[in-house]
Design a protein around this ligand. Structure first.
Ligand code: PRT
Ligand code: ZN
Length: 300
């Protein structure tokens, strides 16, 4: 094993909504780890990268304190920590370096169905229950609203029923939880998704090179997620129409077909999913022998 100083530590949520996606993404980047989720640390078998499995709320702190070099966490959690440090007069010692396109949700203010809401001025002199006191305080300050955040560590949506608050500020995804509790979304404070954060402590050339390599691989994995490789035969005259039917297909390879003056083979990477309808339209445009394959990796 290489010297531990040169190993990258990545903080990842131990069990929760981000866990499987985070580990799956890192595995797609080529990392093999021992899988046991009961452990606090998963050692990388084939790269000098170890995963620290922790509660998501602890991730920005671990990265800020340089216990971990990188962390994968919801932007909502990272922003809450950054603003909290800022409001306490210290500086967040981490930076956000990459968006991972999963864990999408929004941090929103919601109002009980029977309470009128005419815009942010309706929040004046009210109590708002939330686990995100720093983000909410920042929003209220920026909008010159005088309202009182009331800290709830969970089950925020029942606060109005308990008479503890007038509004709530919580994460929303489908909106089902709000609806089930007689609440409706009235203001979006933050659009969130999972992000990679990095410590501001200098990593040294070797570690930074490894971080850059992981980021480049992550970029490659995300780029091909919906990509398809499409192969077809078509009359040369139909190529313009065929390209127009395949959005995101740059510079296709066009090859002559043995024994045919007119028909060619066309291969292209398509940056979007290729649906049955597209295939039917391609066929109508003169294409035949259509084949669509998934793309596993891409390095530009
Ligand atoms: O134990 P640990 O502290 O690590 O986990 P946790 O319970 O704090 O977090 P977890 O696993 O629930 O969520 C981790 C991250 O997932 C969050 O910080 C967000 O970045 C992201 N995420 C995405 C969500 C949601 N979608 C989400 N819908 N986090 C929570 N919710 C909850 C929300 O709080 C509300 O209770 O789901 C409910 C609303 O969902 P809908 O679909 O009914 O609107
Ligand atoms: Zn948490």
């Amino acid at each position: 094993m290489e010297h531990s100083e040169q190993r990258i530590k990545i903080a990842v949520q131990k069990t929760g909504r981000l866990t499987d996606h985070s580990i799956d993404l890192l595995e797609r980047c080529g990392l093999k780890v021992t899988k046991s989720k009961d452990q606090l640390i998963c050692y990388g078998e084939n790269m000098p990268i170890d995963l620290l499995l922790v509660r998501d709320d602890d991730i920005p702190g671990l990265v800020s304190d340089d216990v971990c070099d990188l962390g994968i966490v919801g932007l909502n959690v990272a922003e809450e920590k950054r603003l909290k440090l800022e409001q306490d007069g210290s500086k967040g010692l981490f930076k956000q370096i990459f968006e991972l396109e999963f864990g999408h949700c929004r941090l929103s203010i919601a109002a009980p169905d029977d309470v009128e809401y005419a815009g942010p001025e309706s929040l004046e002199n009210t109590k708002i229950a939330t686990s995100y006191v720093a983000i909410l305080t920042d929003y209220l300050n920026r909008n010159n609203i005088n309202a009182e955040p009331v800290f709830f560590s969970g089950a925020v949506e029942i606060a109005p029923k308990l008479g503890r608050a007038d509004f709530i500020c919580d994460l929303v995804s489908s909106g089902g939880t709000l609806a089930a509790n007689g609440l409706r979304e009235v203001e979006v404070l933050l659009e969130s998704e999972a992000v990679v954060i990095q410590t501001l402590a200098p990593l040294g050339d070797e570690k930074q090179a490894l971080v850059n390599k992981i980021l480049q691989r992550l970029d490659g994995v995300l780029k091909v997620r919906d990509s398809k490789y499409i192969m077809l035969h078509a009359p040369r005259a139909a190529l313009a129409e065929i390209r127009a039917l395949l959005p995101g297909s740059e510079a296709p390879t066009v090859m002559p077909l043995e024994g045919s003056d007119d028909r060619v083979a066309f291969h292209a990477v398509c940056r979007e999913n290729v649906f049955w309808e597209t295939l039917e339209n391609l066929k109508a445009a003169g294409a035949s022998s259509l084949l669509v394959l998934p793309v596993e990796k891409m390095l530009a």
